[in-house]
Design a protein. Sequence first.
Length: 200
Amino acid sequence: MKVPPPDLARRLVEQSERILGDDPPPRLEDVARMVGVSRASLYYYFAGRDDLVALVLTAHARAGAEFALARDDATAPPVVRLRAVLLAMVEYLGERPAICAGMLAAAGGGPRLAEALAVNDRWVAAPLRALVSDGVARGAFDVGTPDDPTAVTDVVNGMLGALLFAVLGRTSVGGHGVDDGFRQRLVEQVLTGIAGTPDR
């Protein structure tokens, strides 16, 4: 995949809900019409749909991470920090539920989509692993031991999967993924799973 110019990349990301969520999935020529460019232009930059989806997912992984981590107060207790970050993640995903479907589909995709997952791991999962590891070291989270990174990785992967499935399930039946009650219930359930009493 060649790197598209910033303006084209922006327009593609703006259409991400349709690119990832329309049924049947739009072809490159369909996407070209959505963003107002020629079919030849898209085929110049993207060898196929996987390339396009990888671009969109990568952009959202970075934007979503920046949005969520901006809510993280490093001076707060671990549970407070994790709650704030997870609430922000659900807010971001709830406004863009097709991202959930895209990320879940990418887990079984080809090499191009694997690159998008690697970016998601670096920008989203890695900061969460660091936050949870800090909580384990402080005794706030019951997730193995501080010297057992595998347990932390497993828990963070489980948390992210829970958020993706929950938001997708909520919106698939007509609910809104940024409903405050939904966000609070989902995040408190996740916190209870690793912290017992979420306020400790």
